[in-house]
Design a protein around this ligand. Sequence first.
Ligand code: GLN
Ligand code: ZN
Length: 758
Amino acid sequence: MVRTHNLGFPRIGGKRELKFALERYWKNQIPQQALLETGLELRQRHWEQLSNLDLVPVGDFSYYDQVLDMSFMLGNIPKRAHRSLANELDQYFRVARGRSPKDSESQCVHAGEMTKWFDTNYHYIAPEFTSDTAFSLNPNRLLQQIEEAKAMGVNPKPVLVGPVSYLWLGKSKDSSDRLELLPKLLSAYKELLQKLASAGVQWVQIDEPILVTELDESWCEAIKVSYQAFDKSPVKLLLASYFGELKENQSLLCDLPVSGIHLDAINGQDDISGIMAQLKDDQVLSLGVINGRNIWKTNLTQTLNWLEPIAQQLKSRLWLAPSCSLLHVPVGLANETQLEHDIKSWLAFAIQKLDELNVLSMALNSGRASVQQQLDDNAAAVAQRASSERVHNHVVKASVAALHSQMEKRQSDYTIRADQQRQIRPLPKFPTTTIGSFPQTNEIRQARLRFRKGELSQADYTKFIQGEIRYAIKEQEKLGLDVLVHGEAERNDMVEYFGQQLQGYAFSQSGWVQSYGSRCVKPPILFGDISRPKSMTVEWIKYAQSLTEKPVKGMLTGPVTILNWSFVRDDQPRSISCLQLALAIREEVLDLEREGVGIIQIDEAALREGLPLRAKQWPGYLGWAIRSFCIAANGVKDETQIHTHMCYSEFNDIIEAIASMDADVVTIETSRSDMELLGAFDDFQYPNEIGPGVYDIHSPNVPEEDQIINLMTLAAQKIPEARLWINPDCGLKTRTWEEVVPALQNMVAAAQRLREIA
Ligand code: GLN
Ligand code: ZN
């Protein structure tokens, strides 16, 4: 009999229960007990939803991040968070967010660095290491959850981040070699496995997603050493990789003395035969046959066609699962009442994916006839999608075919443009600006909701948003910022807002996916060829500009980010969808320019996270991604200033690609990593203007003026002052005005002092 299991379930809750409980707790509006109860309810609900499976994950639930959970379980807690410890969960939030609900202003610490989880839009808190990092196991949380799961009558399979991926995902704070910590770390893991065995656990899923990346000798060796060390493990280990292909790491994996291997059979289908050939007789092979990264129905018949021979060969040694944790898809379709019927029939969220898994295992275990109806329904939906007229637009396909390289280039080089831009819009040295959004207050959210429900007329809604724009402009003028923004009050989300105005997009009502901590995004669903019926932002920006003498930036989301933060088609290459988006944004850029908007920011917050996990595949991706940005941005006149913004600091490895986008100004996230990005400028002279973020907007803490000056002084050692801008790290929508005003006051004051020094 083929067995089924799951690698991880979305923890935020179908109605984002966890998000709301967390945020209330952080604001001291509910006691910790209430938060813990919500957590327990969610875990129990999820195990119930998974109860058809042979094994269910435990430890995939998290109050913030599973990597941070691992750090706490291993007792690897940054020293700065040790002080005046109330309880463990509060200490945990102190590391995650820079403060716990009990902390006073003076007890704030800088939050742990947040980094993208492989090529997803999930962010984890990077473990911190120094040469004297010690581990001391604290497995109580996990052990307790195992008991909870057992009480539900399910078969628990704890999920751990593997030791080598744990080291790899972390950062050395004293430039010592993380791998030197491996022996100590392995002792902690061994102790943990022992504890799990004592708790009656049979199988442990141990994730080493780094196996789908290019590993150098020392990391390969670390993998070998680690799993040799677990050879006589008291529990069976299912070693899981996902998100890509193992390629040259296949034999490394197959040589390890583990009881089972999980492969991503969606992104790593080509690995299957190689792994099968090396699989030992007593090893289990778990195939991730349902895509855990998108929301389309699986073509079940097609899957069975290739799976059946494997099942015949492996029998009960074959396990089936989604390709990766379902953390990256929404919980379920049950609450989706507004999706059009045909589009909804093409979709599968987490719960539906588990149903698909069930159908597959029944078909393998009892024959296709036992699930004929489900297979027929599935085939009908898949076929209807493939031929739907809503998916295919021949005009759009023709415009993409007609693209030419002239459309990718600015008229003149940066230096010529910069002169013209300075003449037309003189700005002080170290010009100050923000990244676009201002706080999204409850009032704003309410108004958008009421408008959507038809309780607020178009005219009243427009008036309301104009009021918000007026407020944002007035505040910025008071603060003395140089380049203003309209504040993005009309946008629920920087991608959904555009998707809603483009043809080819559909929207779920509650298709939330965790981005970090309590932050969720609701990725729109790009299902068909993309076109733009009319302008999307022009009226708001024009209104904002009419209120002030200072320049107001037009604010757009770029094609690569729209693509990377959407659920996208799996029936054509991503590059084609991206070019279609680029053409739509280009039309918007040209509309803005025509209406007199002189500065246009095109956010490519997510450009980096689309990078393939293997460096060998980077040039291919960067080729079409940068081309798409250039098509969107570079049709403007010389005097129009193009800005772009990126949400990350690891810049070094793609700095040349970023330079080739030829944006006049790029703003980036840097403050949490102490200007780490500046290393990029040692070997590469970035040719255009740059605004390294000096205010960490992911933390509620207000940056000090001196801190900002220090960061900018560091930046000025690498980049000529004349090309530096001063700005926060990212948009301010998640903050409150009470936090934002003092922070920006400090930022503007710092800019003024820098101008005096300079
Ligand atoms: N312009 C967007 C904002 O300010 C950018 C957000 C982002 O980079 N994630 O909110
Ligand atoms: Zn950002």
